[in-house]
Design a protein around this ligand. Structure first.
Ligand SMILES: [Zn+2]
Length: 593
């Protein structure tokens, strides 16, 4: 078969999710789930007070069954939609499933609330029951907000008032930011389109675009700063009422990341800011300019790309996985033998790539938009990493298959790193090596360094609002400038124009504290990979054990399986060592050009 025909034939078959049926089976799965959940509610409302461990086990097995039905229906609808988003019938099915699932969660909500209301001693007594292995960690973490909850009438007031409080301010910000128009060369662009022009090859275009963005951020800046100030104080009130000890505590709890591990991550990355600067100095040389300006950071470098067809990509990834662990490659291999991957791009198909875990009783699916680029090989390796993680953890069952957010990228980034090493070895020229390394380093700067610098900005504004009151526009600008130049040092000329660029970032407004999670997930995986490079052969079994554990324990305990301590800055430094070697390799390749 010709290479293009081969790729065109790679489509998934979703029938496994609906016992061989089609879209019509989705509603009957939900019918069954709703029926079971109503019966569950009738029998178990108020029963947690008196249940013993064995009865709790039986109840949780019922919940698992309901989740399995729902997970199949929901996965089928959303996966089917993702390959043809223009089809109204598929869109309607997704909407119907969402509505019906809301009814189901409302029916089961009582059980969560009653579980959260039990006192600690009773809970620990129940959890001692051996048969609860399949859901013990889930049940324990479900109670993690308990000491931060208010009384029921207080919670009701908080929820109802939040619609016209933080919710309204957040929406106002989104509307204001969404209306920002950038005028460049008599053209009017949306902010997103203008920001994408910072990747233009012409320096003049980049400089003019950046100046136009700065100008576009001026109108309404005072209002956006007021909205941010209001949300800062709103969050500080929430945190005080809910007894969170610091501005990041609630986010860490949501991420299942301990305060200690987050502090260790941030300390380690800040200690290695020089790595990002080294890259920007090299990039200036490659672009033939003396020093990068802030608007040059996204400038494209010359690329020297080799193409890979589907068969070559598959072989490269399986080889890379297999050299590390034949067992792991065996799991990955099944994705190609079975119709679990949807690979070619097509009209109406969702962009990008993802892996859907679906439910443990079926198997994961992978969506790609494969176009023969070198980067598509890495994307395949990444999504297959998620796939093997899901497949290995399937035995953990519906409550423990998925990891907490902080560990969700472990297997994907690990698989990508294995394949990256292969690609690098296979790159024939210094130019090919350099362009591969450049993409990788820039990706790491965006995910690791830039997010930590943004976290430092958030840290300062949240703390200052709490200690000193409202921040002026100038003060926001100063703290933004300070945290950006702390990262970039003298490697990039950060102009005064850049001072207002904090004022469109949606994360600061929508999900305070979130940005570090990107750095956490990526660097954790790279540090685990580095651990493997140091340890060699003995590592494989423990790594497979880690993946098979899914989300059955806390991130710290999962780390222990492969012998790492997330609370130790030295652990995070390992991933940064890996980055440093890639930087050195890029410098060596550049010297050979
Ligand atoms: Zn991923």
């Amino acid at each position: 078969m010709a290479a293009t025909e081969q790729l065109e034939a790679v489509h998934w078959d979703l029938a496994d999710l609906v016992d061989g049926g089609g879209p019509e089976s989705v509603d009957s799965l939900i019918d069954r789930a709703l029926e079971q959940s109503r019966s569950f509610a009738e029998r178990h409302r108020g029963a947690l007070e008196t249940m013993d461990g064995a009865a709790l086990e039986a109840a949780m097995r019922e919940v698992a069954e309901i989740y399995d039905l729902v997970g199949r229906a929901d996965s089928y609808a959303s996966l089917d939609f993702s390959t043809d988003t223009a089809d109204p019938a598929r869109g309607a099915l997704v909407a119907r499933v969402q509505e019906r699932l809301t009814e189901l969660s409302t029916t089961l909500l009582f059980f969560e609330l009653e579980w959260a209301a039990l006192d600690d001693a009773r809970v620990e007594g129940l959890l001692a029951h051996e048969g609860l292995d399949f859901c013990r960690h889930h049940l324990r973490t479900a109670r993690r907000y308990r000491s931060h909850l208010l009384s029921e009438p207080e919670e009701r007031v908080m929820t109802e008032k939040s619609v016209s409080g933080a919710g309204a301010w957040t929406r106002l910000f989104a509307e204001l930011a969404g209306a920002i128009e950038v005028s460049v060369d008599e053209e009017t662009l949306t902010l997103d389109v203008a920001l994408a022009r910072l990747m233009a090859p012409s320096r003049e275009v980049r400089r003019d675009t950046a100046a136009a963005v700065t100008a576009a951020l001026q109108p309404g800046l005072r209002t956006r700063a007021f909205v941010f100030n209001t949300l800062l104080v709103d969050k500080s009130t929430d945190d005080r009422l809910r007894s969170y000890p610091h501005w990041l505590a609630a986010r860490n709890l949501a991420n299942e990341a301990s305060d200690e591990s987050v502090a260790a991550l941030i300390a380690a990355v800040k200690g290695r800011y020089e790595l990002a600067r080294r890259w920007y100095r090299l990039k200036a040389k490659l672009l033939g300019i003396e020093r990068l300006a802030d608007y040059d950071r996204m400038a494209p470098l010359e690329t020297d790309e080799v193409e890979f067809d589907w068969a070559q990509a598959r072989e490269m990834v399986l080889d890379a996985y297999g050299a590390f662990s034949p067992d792991l490659a065996g799991v990955a291999q099944r994705f190609f033998e079975q119709p679990w991957i949807d690979a070619p791009p097509s009209k109406g198909k969702r962009g990008g790539a993802f892996c859907a875990y679906t439910v443990p009783s079926v198997h994961p699916y992978v969506l790609l938009n494969f176009t023969n680029r070198r980067n598509d090989v890495l994307t395949l390796a990444h999504e297959l990493g998620h796939g093997v993680h899901a497949a290995l953890a399937a035995d953990q069952g519906v409550f423990h298959q998925s990891t907490p957010l902080t560990l969700a990228e472990t297997a994907s980034v690990f698989g990508e790193a294995l394949t990256f090493a292969r690609l690098l070895d296979a790159s024939p020229t210094p130019a090919a090596r350099l362009s591969l390394l450049a993409e990788d380093i820039e990706g790491s700067i965006a995910t690791v360094f830039r997010q930590v610098a943004m976290n430092q900005f958030e840290q300062l504004v949240h703390t200052e609002r709490r200690e000193q009151g409202e921040l002026s526009i100038e003060r926001f600008g100063e703290l933004w400038f300070q945290t950006q130049t702390e990262l970039l040092g003298d490697s990039v000329d950060v102009t005064d124009n850049y001072r207002c660029w904090w004022s469109y970032v949606p994360h600061f407004i929508n999900t305070p504290g979130y940005v570090y999670a990107y750095a956490y997930g990526q660097l954790l995986a790279m540090s685990v990979y580095e651990r493997y490079l140091q340890e060699g052969a003995g590592f494989e079994q423990r790594y497979l054990e880690l993946l098979s554990a899914g989300g059955s324990m806390s991130p710290e305990d999962l780390g222990e399986i492969v012998g790492v301590d997330l609370r130790d800055p030295a652990f995070w430094d390992r991933g940064l060592d890996l980055l440093e070697r890639r930087q050195e390799a890029a410098e060596a390749a550049a010297a050979e050009l």
